[in-house]
Write a protein that binds this ligand. Structure first.
Ligand code: NAP
Length: 260
């Protein structure tokens, strides 16, 4: 299927690795020109190069912390009128909520709620005036099925989800469409580092823990970031103008419910 977005422009945040990188790659394969961001310039340039070589699209690497005003301004300066925005940032740390003060909470809310909201605010009116916009927020399966030790993630992402649910309905008539994708376990650096921690604590090999997690999944495996990227490209396509404000959980069926 031709997704109908060849020649469109996208900002993909936090995209040198993992899920963000996969979204950037899938959009590029559809002929979308990209601005990609991440804090580590060398990794970001490497990813930009790989995407250019594989797809031939224009890729501009904008190093910076997307959770800061300066980071967002730099991304927007490189692409002031995107047709597509993929919101993403690192997730908050695990822990016990008794150890988190105001500073930790503000950081989590900034990264996983306010950063996407401010980016949406910056681009949405341009999308409305051009009568095309696609926004995908990468959140987490924990929005539907909380992970107790990820309290700041559960809380901040739920805040974003509530806000987006209303906004998505306010702007859909202009063909500006917002949806969220909720990843379950995808084998990225972030998931791998979680397995590495668990391996150290349990003195078991990382691979064994990954296999165990895979075995306990309905699909018998963990997710491949590339399939996450393809789902994101689909939700950025010209075809999805009637899919409004959804929370697409990609977890291999782990969220156990008759209606996902
Ligand atoms: P990852 O493999 O660690 O990749 C994170 C990417 O984001 C890197 O490119 C990183 O580059 C960039 N990044 C992080 N913080 C940034 C910031 N403040 N500004 C700009 N770029 C930033 O992580 P991932 O697994 O793809 O996870 C992406 C998001 O999905 C996270 O919020 C995570 O919590 C959530 N999630 C992931 C899973 C999973 O299974 N993978 C499941 C549920 C939720 P730099 O470090 O160089 O900035």
């Amino acid at each position: 299927m031709d997704l109908g977005i060849k020649g469109k422009k996208a900002i993909v945040c936090a995209a040198s690795k993992g899920l963000g990188r996969a979204c950037a790659m899938s959009l590029a394969r559809e002929g979308v020109d990209l601005v990609i961001t991440a804090r580590t310039a060398a990794d970001l340039e490497k990813t930009a190069d790989e995407i250019r070589k594989e797809t031939g699209v224009k890729v501009t690497a904008v190093p910076g912390d997307i959770t800061t005003d300066a980071g967002r301004a730099a991304a927007l300066a490189a692409c002031p009128n995107p047709d597509i925005l993929v919101n993403n940032a690192g997730g908050p740390p695990r822990g016990d909520f008794r150890d988190w003060g105001r500073e930790e909470w503000i950081k989590a809310v900034d990264a996983n709620m306010l950063t996407p909201i401010f980016l949406i605010k910056a681009v949405v009116d341009g999308m409305i005036s051009r009568r095309f916009g696609r926004i995908v927020n990468i959140t987490s399966a924990s929005v539907k099925s909380p992970i107790p030790e990820l309290g700041m993630s559960n809380g901040a992402r739920a805040g974003l989800t509530g806000f987006v649910a209303g906004l998505a309905r306010q702007i859909a008539r202009h063909n500006v469409i917002i949806n969220n994708i909720l990843p379950g376990p995808f084998l990225t650096d972030r998931l791998r580092s979680g397995f590495q921690e668990a391996a150290r604590a349990s003195k078991r090999p990382v691979d064994e823990l990954v296999q165990e997690r895979a075995k306990n999944s309905y699909t018998g495996r963990v997710g491949d970031p590339a399939e996450f990227g393809d789902a994101c490209a689909f939700l950025c396509s010209a075809k999805i103008g009637f899919i409004v404000g959804h929370n697409l959980i990609l977890d291999g069926g782990n969220f156990n419910s008759s209606i996902a």
